[in-house]
Design a protein around this ligand. Structure first.
Ligand code: SF4
Ligand code: SF4
Ligand code: SF4
Length: 263
């Protein structure tokens, strides 16, 4: 793992080092949002809106048109990218990619700079208004480390969600896609992700984003925000010192932050 990424992003291991994948079969989903509520339950999140992303709502189950008018449902949440741009731009190395798949934000290290919020191609990271920390799905990393499935997967009443070794889930997704005459989504986007979807129709019909197969896709962090961080005490002095230290010891990471490029 560390050979694959060098010092570009922090990496870690939870269990046996074998990558896992969440499989979402949109052809089976009935839009009940049990997965969304289960996520809130497992993480002790308050019962806030299930419609918008927030620090207490990490999954959006969205119909592409007005609810009740479409049989199609899309799952929007962290895709647990193989090459997570959120982690590549974080100035304090608060985001770790684990061998088993999860991409996890450490709220203790996070300084709330919002770079990851702008860098994520799927726009799934929120900033908590109270703690000022970035927040998103963790793939239930503590459960994965105990060889358990993410809680959303356990909660789905119709088997639209599955979890297992990457090769098994990918094979299952392909078999199902050819059975229904559909396609898969997530294997190639942004260089590959650890969420694979089976779609009956094209991704546009589900309102899913078109993302190029580029590793570490170009980010949209406003230049003004980065300049502000260079010249003002925004995000605190300890955070600035940590960012400065990491910029010196891991200078290659600056390439991704200041010069968005394609690998
Ligand atoms: S989907 Fe966004 S938040 Fe999730 S790993 Fe990829 S870049 Fe990071
Ligand atoms: S808000 Fe900034 S410090 Fe926090 S995880 Fe995102 S990029 Fe890192
Ligand atoms: S619990 Fe299953 S069927 Fe219900 S919205 Fe989630 S994925 Fe779809």
């Amino acid at each position: 793992m560390s050979e694959k990424y060098g010092n570009l992003i922090p990496t870690g291991r939870l269990l046996d080092g074998k990558p896992r994948t969440i499989l979402f079969d949109a052809t089976k989903c009935i839009g009940c949002r049990q997965c969304v509520h289960a996520c809130k339950d497992w993480h002790d999140h308050p019962r806030t809106s299930v419609y918008e992303f927030s620090s207490s709502n990490w999954i959006q189950m969205d119909p592409p048109v007005l609810e009740g008018l479409s049989p199609l449902w899309a799952r929007n949440s962290c895709m647990h990218c193989e090459y997570p741009m959120c982690a590549a731009v974080c100035p304090v190395e608060a985001i770790t990619k684990y061998d088993e798949g999860p991409v996890v934000i450490d709220p203790v290290k996070c300084i709330g700079c919002e770079y990851c919020v702008y860098a994520c191609p799927w726009g799934v990271i929120s900033k908590d208004e109270v703690t000022q920390k970035a927040s998103k799905c963790t793939m239930c990393a503590p459960r994965v480390s105990e060889e358990k499935s993410p809680f959303c997967v356990v909660a789905c009443p119709v088997g639209a969600l599955d979890f297992g070794l990457e090769e098994d889930m990918t094979a299952k997704a392909h078999a199902r896609a050819s059975e229904v005459g559909g396609e898969t989504y997530g294997e190639n986007e942004a260089g590959g992700t650890q969420v694979v979807m089976v779609l009956k129709e094209g991704k546009a019909a589900y309102g899913l984003k078109f993302i190029l197969p580029t590793k570490y896709p170009a980010h949209k962090i406003p230049l003004g925000l980065m300049l502000k961080d260079l010249f003002t005490p925004r995000c605190g002095i300890p955070g600035k010192l940590r960012a400065l230290y990491l910029a010196v010891v891991h200078p290659k990471r600056l390439l991704y932050r200041y010069w968005p490029r394609r690998a």
